[in-house]
Design a protein around this ligand. Structure first.
Ligand code: KIV
Length: 254
């Protein structure tokens, strides 16, 4: 059964009422399957660099990669709201942030996401001034993993970290972000951020159960990248192993 297109207003209205599910999609069939399963928000995340393109981290993802994959997802014409990550280096000035956000919208995205808080506030304000819906991303910022010595570290462990997250979230909410991903934030701080942000939904990943919604990298959820699974994910299918088994059985039958 076809659904009406999900809007950012509907996602915001879920606050305090209904959990929001967001999953990554990088290609047409996955977008169709997730949409048919009723996922309200699809994210063409720059995690595609690691789980699809074979790079060691997300800093290798370019605008050309993002546009290519957003177009593939958009061709599924999903009812789900489609988000796209602004890749590393594409939003270093307000003008570039707006130009690249427009490119992602032209490719078929409904909103854009970028990593960071007050340090990228001018870029976020410029994107929103251009009437492009925006989702923030606070906590562990994978595009900064090299600055963190290659480690994906938990955020909000001490008072200074907690305060930084609270002030960054307040800045994003005041600017008009409708949602914010909280990645690897300690569960108590994620709960506090979720409670204090009244006009922005929090979407957690590895940040405990008390966010307004949850996001996962779909291959992690379905065992599609079986060589690595984050500690906080329990896969609900083993598609990688199913592929190996199907292929071995086909080879044996040749
Ligand atoms: O790139 C991505 O897939 C993401 C999600 C993990 C939130 O940013």
């Amino acid at each position: 059964m076809s659904r009406d297109k999900v809007t950012t207003t509907q996602v915001l209205a879920c606050k305090g009422r209904q959990r929001v599910g967001m999953l990554t999609a990088y290609d047409h069939p996955t977008a169709r399957l997730l949409d048919e399963a009723g996922v309200p928000v699809l994210l063409v995340g720059d995690s595609l660099g690691m789980v699809v393109l074979g790079f060691p981290d997300t800093t290798h993802v370019t605008m050309a990669h993002m546009v290519h994959h957003v177009q593939a997802v958009a061709r599924a014409r999903p009812a789900a709201l489609v988000g796209a990550d602004l890749p590393f280096g594409s939003y270093d000035t307000p003008a570039r942030a707006v130009a690249h956000s427009r490119e992602l919208l032209a490719a078929g995205a409904d909103f854009v996401k970028a990593e960071g808080g007050r340090e990228i506030l001018p870029q976020i304000q410029a994107i929103l001034a251009d009437e492009i819906p925006f989702c923030g991303h606070l906590g562990m910022l994978p595009q900064h993993v090299l600055e963190e010595g290659g480690k994906y570290r938990i955020k909000g462990r001490d008072d200074a970290g907690r305060l930084r997250l609270l002030e960054d979230a307040a800045a994003l909410e005041t600017a008009g972000a409708f949602a914010c991903v909280l990645e690897l934030v300690t569960p108590p701080v994620a709960r506090e951020l979720t409670a204090v942000c009244r006009r922005m939904v929090t979407i957690g990943i590895g940040s405990g159960p008390d966010c307004d919604g949850q996001v996962l990298v779909t291959p992690d959820l379905v065992g599609g990248f079986p060589w690595f699974t984050p500690r906080f994910v329990t896969p609900r299918a083993q598609t990688g192993e199913a592929i190996r088994t199907a292929v071995r059985s086909w080879l044996d039958a040749l």
